[in-house]
Design a protein around this ligand. Structure first.
Ligand code: UGA
Length: 438
């Protein structure tokens, strides 16, 4: 193995991907500066305060700031001048009609170009449409900077909630570049991770990222459809997953049936990929179905709740909702099915109380006129039913006997199949899961 050479790295955009990438590169001994336009965020980060809840992140931020390897700032020009490798990690949100908005990528490329004085390696880590690195970023830079530079696409596969672990222990690293020099430098940068490294073209790297997220979303939509079918034929989705998951060609991961997928990535990436296919003259039917199934999944739980009170309006019902984050272990509420369902129930006139271990501060704006409780027990008190909308481990460990006594009616709609239906029934609950028939 070659000696691990340390690099000077600039990260443009201190969002989820940028922040974790920067902190982990510093953890490997590189000198890293993370740049973001958000002044408050940068001030917090300089003090070692993480702007997001992400297990393990605060610790590596503080350690690497203290040891003089990790810096934060707003001056992209200075960061470009001081660095050898520049990672573009800005957001690529959904634009109108599901297209991908690449305006932040363009801005970053322009700003980088204006500050180039010698050759640099510019790497896109944001999820971007095919051809972005080679066509868009390269073109923008060469319009302003007439010297040489090198490019790569290095997509990221970390998940929120386990982001630091995922970055440090990836299943693979994908490096899309035509340059032997960039290949050598990026392989050296990722030397610490023991996993297959895929060297390919920038276009393939960009496509790998979309295809991975699309497949995972499709897997979740698939199991949600199986769960829906289970409800009609008296089968149990967890048993089906046990049975099919042992087939190595299928695997058992990403087969948790529930309320549908959400978050800052799947919804925008699946829509973006579908649109991208259409723009290239291809109708990606599986992707369209994946999206449709997901939209329906969120409506099904509302129907289940309405069916609990036949002929009655939800206006005089109190519904307790446990969980607001788009999944467990994060405070992120972007495209959260839990938020969408809570809003729908509110629209139907129900009186709602909510609780989430981490996401309540982020949810305050999205859910005005809703009671935010201090504990799950406060949510349960005098409620006509309890909905589990996010799979927080801590909900499993609640005193369910106490909750049963607090509820007006002992009804649980477990939108995440978090609880054991047999135990719940033994405790006297009327339990409804997703595709559970036991
Ligand atoms: C996802 C991918 O898993 C990462 O590999 C990728 O890097 C990231 O998007 C990204 O593009 O940045 P993330 O959005 O953090 O990561 O969350 P996931 O754990 O993938 O979950 C996505 C959604 O699917 C959540 O709403 C989750 O509740 C749902 N899900 C996931 C299920 O309903 N069932 C499952 O079995 C798994």
């Amino acid at each position: 193995m070659t000696k691990n050479q340390k690099n000077k790295i600039a990260i443009v955009g201190a969002g989820y991907v940028g922040l974790i990438t920067g902190a982990c590169f510093a953890e490997w001994g590189n000198e890293v500066i993370c740049i973001d336009k958000d002044k408050d965020k940068i001030e917090k980060l300089k003090k070692g305060i993480s702007p997001i809840y992400e297990p393990g992140l605060a610790e590596i931020l503080q350690k690497n700031i203290r040891q003089g390897r990790l810096f934060f700032g707003q001056d992209l020009g200075q960061a470009v001048k001081k660095s050898e490798i520049i990672f573009i990690c800005v957001g690529t949100p959904s634009a109108r009609g599901g297209k991908v908005d690449i305006s932040f990528i363009k801005e970053a490329a322009q700003e980088i170009a204006r500050n180039m004085a010698i050759s640099k390696i510019i790497v896109t880590k944001s999820t971007v449409p095919l051809g972005t690195a080679r066509n868009l970023v390269a073109k923008i830079i060469s319009e302003t900077w007439k010297g040489s530079f090198e490019l790569a696409s290095n997509p990221e596969f970390l998940r929120e909630g386990t982001a630091v672990f995922d970055f440090l222990n990836p299943d693979r690293v994908v490096i899309g570049t035509d340059s032997q020099n960039v290949k050598r430098i990026l392989l050296n940068l990722y030397q610490k991770v023991k996993c297959p490294k895929i060297i390919t073209t920038p276009e393939n790297a960009e496509m790998i990222k979309y295809a991975a997220n699309a497949f995972l979303a499709m897997k979740v939509s698939f199991i949600n459809e199986i769960a829906n079918l289970c409800e009609g034929v008296k089968a149990d989705v967890k048993e089906i997953v046990r049975g099919i998951g042992l087939d190595k060609r299928i695997g058992s991961q990403f087969f948790k049936a529930g309320l549908g997928w959400g978050g800052s990535c799947f919804p925008k990436d699946v829509k973006g990929f579908y649109q991208l296919s259409k723009d290239n003259g291809y109708n990606f039917r599986l992707l369209r179905a994946t999206i449709e199934v997901n939209n329906e999944q969120k409506k099904r739980i509302i129907e289940k709740i309405k069916n609990l009170f036949p002929g009655q309006k939800l206006g005089n019902k109190t519904i307790g909702v446990l969980g607001l984050a788009f999944k467990g272990n994060t405070d992120d509420i972007r495209e959260s099915p839990a938020i969408e369902i809570t809003k729908k129930l509110q629209k139907l006139g129900a009186n709602i109380k909510v609780y989430d271990p981490k996401a309540m501060p982020n949810a305050q704006k999205a859910l005005p006129k809703i009671k935010f409780a201090k504990t799950p027990y406060e949510v349960a008190e005098d409620a006509d039913l309890l909905v589990i909308a996010t799979e927080w481990e801590e909900f499993k460990k609640l005193n369910w006997k106490k909750i049963k006594n607090l509820l007006k009616k002992p009804i649980i709609v477990d939108g995440r199949n978090l609880l054991n239906p047999i135990k719940m029934k033994k405790l006297g609950f009327y339990y409804i899961g997703v595709g559970r028939n036991i």
